[in-house]
Design a protein around this ligand. Sequence first.
Ligand code: UD1
Ligand code: UDP
Length: 367
Amino acid sequence: RRVAVVLGTRPEIIKFAPILNECEKRGIECLLIHTGQHYSDGLDQVFFDQLSLPEPDYNLEVGSLGHGEQTGQMLTGIERILLDETPDVVLVQGDTNSTLAGALAATKLHIDVGHVEAGLRSFDREMPEEINRLATDHISDYLFAPTEESRQYLERESVGGEIVVTGNTVVDTLYQYRDVVRRESDVLDEHDLQPGEFYLLTAHRAENVDNPESFEKLLTGVARFAERTGRDVVYPVHPRATSGLEEFDIEVPESIRTIEPLEFLDFLCLESEAALAFTDSGGVQEETCILGTPCVTLRYSTERPETVHVGANCLAGLEPDDICDAAETMVGKSGDWPVPFGDGNASERILDTVAAEEETDVEALEA
Ligand code: UD1
Ligand code: UDP
C-alpha cells in the first residue's frame, strides 16, 4: 500500500518524524507532501535536518494567508498531486489548516484518510484548531487516538472511521531524542541558564497573541511570578507572536528574555531543565508532561486534559494573579506522574493498522 503524508507546520514535522522513520525501516513507500504553511527556516528546515527526515517530494509553498485562501490553495495543490500519484492512504496529523486540507482533498478522491492524534477536544469552537479537529475526525477512515479519553470523545460523536488507541507519536520522538539532548545541546551555556533555575515560556495561539490585551496580561502574569521568585524567563518567540509584539507595540517585561525560535534539541533541553513551563502550545503541554517538568497553561481550556489529570499541568487562564497562583502550585512538583500518552510505540501501531489493511485487500482478491 502506498502511503502519502501531508504536513505543513513545525509540530506536524516533529510528530510525523517517527512515522516517516518507521516507513523507511519497513520499506514502505511514502510520498511526502509539504503544504508550505510553515516556511521560515527555524520553523521548517531545521527540523528536517535535525530529525534526519527525507526532503518532501512536493512543497506547495502556500505560505501565510487567511484561513480560507490558505486552506483553499492547499486543497487545490494536494488534489492535483493525489490524482497524479494515486496513493492508497493519506496520513494527516493534528489540527492545523494543513491537516484539514490533506484530509479533505483525499476523502473527496475516495482515498483512505488516517488522522494521527484524533479525538482531541477543547470544546472551544472559537479556536480554528477545534474546527480543524472536528472536521478531520469526521472525514477520516482511521482515527489514531492518542489516549482512551480521546477514543471516548470520538465514540460519543459516532465518527464513522475505525478508532485505534495508539499513544501519541510525540512520545516516540521524545524517547528517541531525550538522551542525546544533554550531549548535543549547548543552549543552557549559550543563554547563561542554570538547570532548574529558569522558567520557559511559549505563547503563539491566535486568541492570545493577536489580542493586545490578552498578550499583555499573560506577559504580566509570567513576569510577576518570575520577579517574585527571582528567576528569569526565556521565551523563544513564534513569528506570529513577534508580529503581535510589533503591531501592538508591546513592551516585554525585563525578566522575560525573548529569543528566536529554537531547533528541536535545544528546545527539548530547555523543556527538560526548566523549573516550570508557561505555555499555550499543545505540544509543549504534552512534552513537559512526558519529560517531568511542571506546566502552567495560559488558556481557559485544553484539549490535553490528561496532563491536568496526572498533575503535570494547571489551566491558569490569562489573569496575572491566576497565573501566579497556578505557578505557585506547580513549581517544585517532583515530576514523577505517569505519562498518559502511551509507551513510545505509536508509530508502529499506526503503520501496523495501515499495513494490516493491505493483507485484507490481498486476501479479498484471492478469495
Ligand atoms: C499554525 C496552526 C496552529 C499551530 C501552529 C504551530 C492553523 C490554523 N494554525 O499556527 O494550530 O499551533 O501553526 O506553530 O493551522 N510565519 C512566519 N514564518 C512561517 C510561518 C508563519 O513568519 O514559517 C508568520 C506569518 O506572519 C504568519 C503567522 O506567522 O502570518 C502565522 O502563521 P500560520 O501558519 O498562519 O499560523 P500559526 O500561528 O503558525
Ligand atoms: N518547539 C521547538 N522550538 C521552539 C518552540 C517549540 O522545537 O522554539 C517544538 C516543541 O518541542 C514542540 C512543537 O515545537 O514539539 C510545538 O509546536 P507549537 O507550539 O508551535 O505548536 P502546537 O503544538 O501548539 O500546535
